[in-house]
Design a protein around this ligand. Structure first.
Ligand SMILES: NC(=O)C1=CN([C@@H]2O[C@H](COP(=O)(O)OP(=O)(O)OC[C@H]3O[C@@H](n4cnc5c(N)ncnc54)[C@H](O)[C@@H]3O)[C@@H](O)[C@H]2O)C=CC1
Ligand SMILES: O=C(O)C(=O)COP(=O)(O)O
Length: 641
């Protein structure tokens, strides 16, 4: 066995090594565990359950975490055989593969770069043109951007499937084409918390500077003037501030504005009223906010719904002489309409940190307007925020590359770590069942409807199936398509392919210690290559469960079997009679094909039986033909797991 040697043969670059507990998998040194690929087990020993119990308990966690890694399409890009000296492994390295390449396209804090360098090969390439980015991206596993890099569909196309994660070192992800990222199975993560205070402080700075004409007065003095009457300002105390978007930044702005003695109202269709009350802020309608405010501060994201939300019509409803601060996104304002509102005096002043096009054209009427003060998108630009954002994004990207589910994933379902670790052993089962069910379909295509039944001892409503559904989808689709399926794009790809996956959670009387008792996958409306896999209602039906931490097949159609889902599988239906195991075993032995598992299930004694035979090697056509020629064998199928 490889584990007993000082060298480890690594069969797949996606392998990672973890401790024995599937409930709380931990990383450990490779020497702690051996690989499953034992090609020299004799037939007799392969049938000894004890042997497998031991082997499985050692290896089950390895299976599970690999499956999760593959669900997330992690650093693995190739499958290769590498021989590695275990003594040369650094403790923090997860798998014996080349270090991933992480491209950083905008300035990132040093502390974050350090985190990245410890894990991968980091390339900082700033001020790239869109063409440069597309040219370089296919050599990158991850890309880290701020607001200045447009991560378009072209970028994902040019990545040729290698790009696994885009990290946005900041909050707004309007510069990343999320639809394309999802289609290409690329995870997008952001750093949503570290620059909140910086943005809020900048908002307050702009608010006060605008009200007291700080920027204009400064320029005037520097131009040799002393214009005390011209730059008389307005007071903030007692004025009404409307915070538009009561999220992280908006609520911090509100808190600070309250401290300045302002009356603060907020509009946010998704914010909870009690959270606003906690800050002493009334949540009001959009109309009420804009029509009663003396100052309006924008803090919503740029989305199709908020694009140019502030336009001629909106400005016309505002109080004459209103003052506007924007540290959110330029695109939420129709900038031409704002110029008109400034010219007409409806808007007395504006303070802008963000613009529809950045940098804005030099001759922009808005930027040049005497009642407008501007900063070049500095909201997040404090030393503290940039260090914090850099670490936050570096950790998120490294985590994603390691295959961990990120807490800041923008385009993938959030699966809490505790749920993830509990579901780990079932992830491999789900993929194997999907793969197996798909191979039972005659021609392997035309699958339109899949039903998944999860049997569980727990309250079915408490059971999060998204990860398992993604893995079943992966098992079904990946072998017949060029797409790589992961948690990010599984639902999307299924929909694109017209595959409907319905799920049912059924409560059963088993141990509530485990989240899932068994998983059944049914495919209806298709012909089967193995008629015995068709259940009573005419659908292909297989069921599996996790035993000793590894996936097992338990039912094929109505036949009960008990075979580990690893390697390759031969399913035979035969007349239940003595000598069948020996006959098939002998045929396989003639080609030196090693049987790893075997199980027989039958409807009744001496009636029909199903033999499920696990084989390490792939039998050739001749061997399979010989199996088919055994008189008592009525049908058989060879399946690759
Ligand atoms: N200028 C800069 O350097 C920075 C700008 N930002 C921008 O500030 C904005 C807010 O950031 P966070 O507060 O961290 O995000 P957040 O997600 O915590 O808050 C955004 C809030 O906007 C609300 N919202 C969505 N649609 C809305 C609508 N139509 N009307 C009113 N509210 C709506 C959401 O419900 C949410 O509560 C983002 O656009 C972000 O990109 C953030 C940090 C720095
Ligand atoms: O975090 C955000 O949304 C920001 O706008 C900050 O952008 P930046 O990273 O400074 O380009």
């Amino acid at each position: 066995m490889a584990s007993s040697s000082t060298k480890h043969k690594i069969f797949s670059s996606s392998s990672i090594f973890i401790s024995q507990s599937s409930q709380s998998p931990k990383l450990s040194k490779p020497s702690a565990l051996s690989f499953l690929h034992n090609t020299s087990k004799p037939l007799v020993s392969s049938l000894k359950q004890n042997h497998h119990q031991q082997q499985h308990s050692i290896n089950h966690a390895n299976y599970s975490l690999n499956a999760i890694k593959s669900a997330l399409k992690t650093i693995t890009t190739t499958t290769k055989t590498t021989t590695i000296d275990k003594n040369s492994w650094p403790d923090d390295v997860l798998s014996p593969i080349s270090r991933p390449t992480i491209m950083v396209s905008e300035k990132l804090g040093e502390a974050g770069l350090q985190v990245l360098r410890e894990f991968g090969h980091v390339e900082c390439v700033y001020d790239m043109s869109p063409d440069d980015l597309c040219a370089k991206i296919s050599a990158c596993d991850a890309l880290i951007v701020r607001s200045g890099t447009k991560v378009t569909r072209q970028v994902f196309e040019a990545a040729n499937g290698r790009l696994k994660v885009v990290g946005r070192a900041g909050v707004g992800i309007d510069n990343v084409d999320l639809t394309a990222a999802t289609e290409f199975g690329c995870l997008v993560v952001n750093a949503p918390t570290a620059n909140t205070v910086a943005a809020a402080e900048h908002g307050i700075a702009l608010l006060a500077a605008m009200a007291r004409n700080v920027a204009q007065a400064d320029a005037s003095i520097k131009a040799g003037k002393w214009q005390r009457n011209k730059y008389v300002g307005v007071s903030l105390v007692g004025k009404t501030l409307a915070v538009m978007g009561f999220g992280k930044v908006g609520s911090e702005v509100a808190r600070r504005a309250k401290g300045l003695g302002m009356h603060v109202i907020a509009h946010d269709p998704y914010a909870a009223a009690d959270r606003a009350r906690g800050v002493g802020v009334d949540l009001v309608s959009f109309e009420q906010a804009i029509s009663t405010a003396d100052f309006v501060s924008l803090h919503m994201p740029l989305t199709p719904a908020t694009s140019k939300l502030f336009n001629d019509e909106t400005f016309s409803k505002m109080k004459k002489g209103v003052r506007i601060v924007n540290v959110a996104r330029g695109g939420v304002i129709d900038e031409d309409a704002l110029v008109r509102a400034l010219d007409s005096g409806v808007v007395a002043q504006a303070a802008l940190d963000v613009f529809t096009v950045e940098p804005p054209p030099q001759d922009s009427k808005l930027v040049q307007h005497e009642n407008v003060i501007v900063t070049p998108h500095l909201g997040a630009s404090t030393k503290e925020a940039q260090e914090g954002v850099a670490i936050e994004i570096a950790e998120a990207v490294v985590g994603a590359l390691k295959g961990e589910l990120s807490a800041t994933a923008v385009n993938a379902p959030m699966v809490p770590p505790e749920v993830l670790s509990e579901l780990a052993p079932y992830v491999a089962l789900a993929e194997k069942l999907g793969k197996l069910a798909m191979q039972l379909v005659a021609g392997g295509t035309g699958i339109k409807s899949v039903r998944v039944v999860y049997k569980t001892a727990r309250d079915p409503d408490d059971f999060d199936t998204r990860l398992l559904r993604a893995m079943i989808t992966k098992g079904i689709i990946e072998p017949i398509s060029s797409s790589i399926i992961n948690l990010v794009n599984a639902d999307y790809t299924a929909k694109q392919k017209g595959l409907r996956i319905s799920e049912e959670r059924v409560r059963v009387d088993s141990s509530p210690e485990f989240p899932v008792d068994s998983i059944q996958v049914q495919i209806s409306g298709v012909e089967s290559r193995f008629a015995s896999s068709v259940g009573e209602s005419g659908e292909i039906s297989i069921e599996g469960k996790v035993k000793y931490g590894v996936p097992y097949l338990r039912y094929v159609g109505g036949f009960g079997v008990d075979v580990s889902l690893e390697g390759n599988l031969i399913l035979c239906r035969q007349v239940d009679q003595p000598g069948m195991i020996g006959q098939v075993g002998n045929i396989l032995a003639q080609q030196n094909v090693n049987v790893s598992f075997m199980s027989v299930g039958r409807t009744a004694q001496r009636r029909k039986a199903i033999m499920a035979i696990g084989v390490d090697e792939e039998p050739n056509k001749e061997t399979l033909k010989k199996i088919g020629q055994v008189p008592a064998i009525e049908e058989f199928v060879f399946l690759k797991l």
